[in-house]
Design a protein around this ligand. Sequence first.
Ligand SMILES: [Zn+2]
Ligand SMILES: [Zn+2]
Length: 347
Amino acid sequence: MQAAVLEALDRLVLKEMGVPEIDDDSALLRVESVAICGSDVRILHHGNPRVKPPAIMGHEAAGVVVKAGKNVTRVKEGERVALGADVPCGQCRWCRTGLGNNCEINYAVGYQIPGAFTQYMKLPRLLLEEGPVTPFSEAISFDDAALAEPLACAVNGLELAGMSLGKSIVIIGLGPIGCMMIDLARVMGATKVIAVQRSLKRMEIAKAYKADVYIASEAEDVVARCREETGGEGPDVVVTTCGSVEAHEQAIEMVAHRGCVNLFGGLAKDARPLNVLSNTIHYKECFVTGSHGSTPRQHEIAVRLIEKGIVRVAPLVTHQYPLSRIHEAFETMESRQGMKIVVHPQL
Ligand SMILES: [Zn+2]
Ligand SMILES: [Zn+2]
């Protein structure tokens, strides 16, 4: 089989290798779709302490179980399954209470666990027992199912932001996550969705997602406009689905009294600290939360939301490549020309 192996920083190599052997407690997945995540690009160029080359990246994946060991009960041969990223260790306080994305070890597919930029991958015992492995129906494509992983992270963000019936929400950054959040906020009860984006290209795709208001952040005073759109009070929820420190500051500045900010997008390591007056938070009694990854429960919710057509992910797939063209796929991702770039290892 073929696999794309990260051999060193900036060195992703297509290799012929043997199909992984499975034992009684593991299963073999034929990978049909695997989307490139922003984190894959960061790992390729900057590394990650949890990824030790030679390693196989790729965690936004879906495929078919072609073999299951005799002790495996979680999946069956022939079943279509989607994978998430974060795999709870099952032992620590966080994992035992269902918050595996806060686990200190933070095992993840495509990190410590060999990932999906390959034709076949092993689903090891820990992943099958504790991790995000969700069977899905033929109603959706493998590409759609692969995107349950980023959607699960979006679910985590809006749960932490306390999204609920009748609230207004501002989403800053209309990449794939921001777009998914428009649909998600709606189904969680948002009565006003305000979408903010800098680049006009992404704005075009984002318009397939019916936010009530689209704001081009380059052309307008975002804070003033979001306040105006919410009757002068500010939005109940603000999510920053971008890596901009200014957006994080604007979010805290614009949020309503008792509102909630979710700092969803991580910032670059060398980003400057937030410049925020703590009295802004103090007087508004607002909440500032973060979010990182997702739990297996949220991954299952994400798969069901896609299956039912409640959150649409298909409009986000702008490019598809066979595994043999994975370098081109990464280049397209880095050029920011598209939204989701999906690799098909069987082509
Ligand atoms: Zn991802
Ligand atoms: Zn743990």
